[in-house]
Design a protein around this ligand. Sequence first.
Ligand SMILES: Nc1ncnc2c1ncn2[C@@H]1O[C@H](COP(=O)(O)OP(=O)(O)OP(=O)(O)O)[C@@H](O)[C@H]1O
Length: 264
Amino acid sequence: MVILEHIQKIFYRNTPNENRVLNDLSLEVSDGDFITVIGSNGAGKSTLLNIIAGVYFPDSGKIYLDGKDITNLPEFKRAAFIGRVFQDPMLGTAPSMTIEENLSIAYARPNNMMLRRGLDAQRRNIFKEYLENINLGLENRLSTKVKLLSGGQRQVLTLIMATMKKPKLLLLDEHTAALDPKTAVLVNSLTEEIVQKNKLTTIMVTHNLEHAIKMGNRLIMMHNGQIVLDISGEEKASMTIPRLLSKFEQVQGEKFAEDRIMLA
Ligand SMILES: Nc1ncnc2c1ncn2[C@@H]1O[C@H](COP(=O)(O)OP(=O)(O)OP(=O)(O)O)[C@@H](O)[C@H]1O
């Protein structure tokens, strides 16, 4: 279980540009939750993921994982149990290394095993099996350099790398936003499959309201650094885009404003 308690994050503190980005934000994420996160421009969605991943430390508040206080744990240590996929397909993989070398690095984590050791025949078979399951033909391209892959193929590889060691928490920051719609559908369904199969606790930021409603078991809407809607169960299952937007208006007394929002 992940618990965020009264998190504050202020950028440019005590300057004229002071920006309170997370404002007394509290959140309990149960094991197995798949939370989709939507929100207005600059609501603090990415900052929330960055705070959980340890990219930034909060100015105040606490973060607990399975009862352990990880508030001051540095990012590289959290990476041992937190998997991440970013919006940019260029991040998350090493472009001049081959598919199998990339997978091998992810497979060795967090035990720091030698890369060479990771490339024996047994490992290759394991990687082949992973890739066969996703049906993109990557299983026959193990020695292809990652920079030669399409954006969608790279995102799929990053997703596999982020999840192959079954992280305690998977953070997806608009991981399909840079893909064409068809590839985004494929990566999303693969995401659901991997999350369900491995029962991964997942937080996914998206600008696509339809994806936010359809995917996961819980939907959070952020506004001005706070969680203003938290919808799950039957309410989420029967949610529609118009109902979601009108719920936001009821709570906030203003219309939902997001430049990049995709209704479908
Ligand atoms: N490293 C940083 N230094 C200074 N300001 C930052 C930093 N990261 C984010 N911010 C600011 O924090 C605010 C929230 O940004 P964040 O990226 O978390 O919002 P978001 O909800 O993901 O927005 P969007 O949907 O527009 O991507 C913005 O005003 C942004 O400029």
